[in-house]
Design a protein around this ligand. Structure first.
Ligand SMILES: [Zn+2]
Length: 174
């Protein structure tokens, strides 16, 4: 919508100026006035576009930055809030939620299908974690995708989960 508005404003402006210039050259009284009015409308439309962009509605509906299927996830769980780790002591564990419970088509995002076995969930999570580990993000914590718990201490990466003994995987908080 906003994108169309911008194109429309430009077209209107060009049309208005063309009418004005052509009218002047042809010695017409009517065309230059019409041209000026059309150009003024173009400025008004640009104003509406500007206001729409200010409020963030411009572009958001027309061009999603990431299509659902293209989004790259590097973990199979998340916590309820962003930056949950900030209030967490090194020894403290927080509950995580499997992301596939929150999505319609988890498989398209590289996540395990609902009802996958613990080993299957862990295998997928471990593969995704390997990708994330290669970036070594210092703010990351660790989690166990089977016990659904996370901890803010990245030093615990690939050490045994206190509950099930599987290696802890890297966990991003945002
Ligand atoms: Zn575990």
């Amino acid at each position: 919508m906003a994108k169309k508005l911008k194109a429309f404003a430009i077209e209107l402006w060009v049309l208005g100026m063309a009418a004005f210039l052509f009218g002047e050259m042809a010695g017409s009284k009517f065309l230059p006035i019409l041209g000026i009015w059309v150009s003024i409308s173009a400025i008004l439309v640009s104003g509406i576009y500007f206001v729409m962009s200010m409020f963030g509605s411009a572009g958001t509906n027309d061009e999603p930055i990431i299509e659902a299927g293209e989004m790259i996830l590097t973990q199979v769980d998340s916590t309820e809030n962003f930056n949950d780790n900030e209030n967490l002591d090194a020894g403290e564990w927080i509950k995580t939620t499997p992301l596939n419970e929150l999505m319609d088509d988890p498989e398209s995002m590289g996540l395990p299908v609902l009802g996958s076995s613990e080993d299957e969930v862990y295998r997928i999570a471990s593969d995704l974690s390997s990708i994330r580990e290669s970036f070594s993000i210092p703010e990351d914590g660790v989690y166990c995708p089977v016990c659904n718990v996370a901890n803010a201490d990245l030093q615990k990466l690939r050490t045994p989960c206190p509950t099930c003994g599987r290696e802890l995987l890297t966990f991003g908080w945002d």
